[in-house]
Write a protein that binds this ligand. Structure first.
Ligand SMILES: [Zn+2]
Length: 243
């Protein structure tokens, strides 16, 4: 067995408060494009031109159409073994929290309930006026833009470029990480600073940091345990070894 994995198993056997932070790499393994870079093009728009409050103000139907196209891709994808292990970890450890950047809903579909979707969810809408949130279900939405029962426009319940994070979600994450003893960063390239920031906070509070990514990232040097590989393969190997 990989020596990093045996180190990890040893740490997990002692851990009580465990957090997992996941990023786009997790979703990519389920075949979901990142919607960034050349991957993200739709009708010749770049994500930066659509995922903004300004774009929504200018053309809400266009923005909704794009999200609905993405949502249908996501609904056809399936959680992989890595998602399933993280769902099992929630039941295994006395205290557990999953913080994900992913908006695709694959973690809740795999069974995670103690989770914070820090960027929101593509499967939810939020009223721009009364802030009511509603689940979108699996049927294709044909009447776009979507409206709330109150008559006002609804928007995808996600964090757009130029918007700030929900401060309640951020402080709930930091609260948990303040007492976490084992924190994983999975499938996050470290390009987006929030997971790195959260992980750094946890480490300052004494948590052991695990970096599970196919490639070395900038924050890797701050991590105690580094494992190179895909989330699906490494997590299932870890899980088998832990049992
Ligand atoms: Zn409303």
């Amino acid at each position: 067995m990989n020596s990093q994995i045996s180190k990890l198993v040893e740490a997990a056997q002692k851990a009580r408060n465990v957090a997992v932070i996941t990023g786009a790499g997790m979703s990519r393994e389920s075949g979901i494009p990142t919607f960034r870079g050349p991957d993200g093009l739709w009708k010749n728009f770049r994500p930066e031109e659509l995922a903004t409050p300004e774009a929504f103000q200018k053309d809400p139907a266009l923005v909704w159409e794009w999200y609905e196209w993405r949502r249908q891709i996501v609904l056809k994808a399936e959680p992989h073994e890595g998602h399933r292990v993280i769902a099992a970890m929630e039941k295994f450890f006395p205290e557990f929290l999953l913080i994900t950047q992913n908006v695709d809903g694959l973690h809740p579909r795999a069974g995670n309930r103690k989770l914070i979707e820090i960027h929101g969810s593509i499967n939810r809408a939020r009223c721009t006026k009364c802030a009511t949130r509603f689940e979108l279900g699996s049927r294709v939405l044909s009447e776009l833009p979507l409206r709330c029962d109150c008559g006002a426009l609804a928007r995808p319940d996600v964090v757009w470029f130029g918007e700030s994070y929900d401060s309640n979600l951020l402080s709930a994450s930091l609260d948990f990480l303040g007492s976490a003893d084992l924190v994983w960063v999975v499938g996050s390239s470290g390009m987006v600073s929030v997971p790195v920031y959260l992980a750094a906070q946890a480490r300052e509070n004494g948590a052991l940091l695990v970096d599970l990514n196919p490639e070395e990232a900038e924050f890797s040097r701050y991590c105690d345990i580094k494992i190179r590989g895909t989330a699906g393969q490494v997590l299932s190997e870890f899980w088998k070894a832990l049992q």
